[in-house]
Design a protein around this ligand. Sequence first.
Ligand SMILES: Cc1cc2nc3c(=O)[nH]c(=O)nc-3n(C[C@H](O)[C@H](O)[C@H](O)COP(=O)(O)O)c2cc1C
Length: 209
Amino acid sequence: MSKTLLQINASLFSNAGVSSVLANEFVANWKQRNSQATVISRDFAVEPVPHLTAEAFQAFLAKPAERTASQLAEAAYSDALIAELKQADVIVLGVPMYNYDIPSTLKAYFDHIARAGVTFNYSANGPVGQLTGKKAYVFASRGGLYAGHPQDTQTAYLKNFLGLLGITDIEFVYAEGLAISPESKQTSLEQARAAVARLNAPVAESVTA
Ligand SMILES: Cc1cc2nc3c(=O)[nH]c(=O)nc-3n(C[C@H](O)[C@H](O)[C@H](O)COP(=O)(O)O)c2cc1C
């Protein structure tokens, strides 16, 4: 069966963002190796997900048969985002660091796909994610240096959130120190590009399959 890849770029700068450049490079290489695959792309700089509202959240909680017309529209929007996520075998996120965290557009998207009874269930042992068996790649770009330090709350947050949905197989590629100096930026981009190439090497595929 052919695979589906869902790519989400969250940079303000659309395809010019460093995180987008890396994610796009990964996806272009991946497509070459998976020529029959379906690729779904979302660019939040072009088409942002709106902030979650009380009305939308109440629509998620309401029984389908009891939803008002506007609640049906809110639920249908979220259902469509979830359907493409469910369809995806591979999820690629381009994630800049803005003000110490993920872009607010990505958070707004997460608020629309975290649905009790749909993407996760509550149990006596805590939430159980329903979107298992997927592989996620995160291409993270930062002006400073955070990876491996407690200040990198972004990585922990993404692991927590994706884990809530049942997505636990996550590969992170960092382009850091982009604002420190031109040399630092160049070295970091070269290292990140090398990591992208390694992820796309045939051996990586057999290890992660
Ligand atoms: C609004 C804004 C806020 C930023 N905040 C941070 C920050 O808190 N820490 C940091 O290391 N870099 C920060 N930066 C630098 C970005 O992380 C860096 O430029 C990165 O390349 C952004 O990813 P992008 O090019 O994919 O948009 C910020 C940049 C912008 C535009």
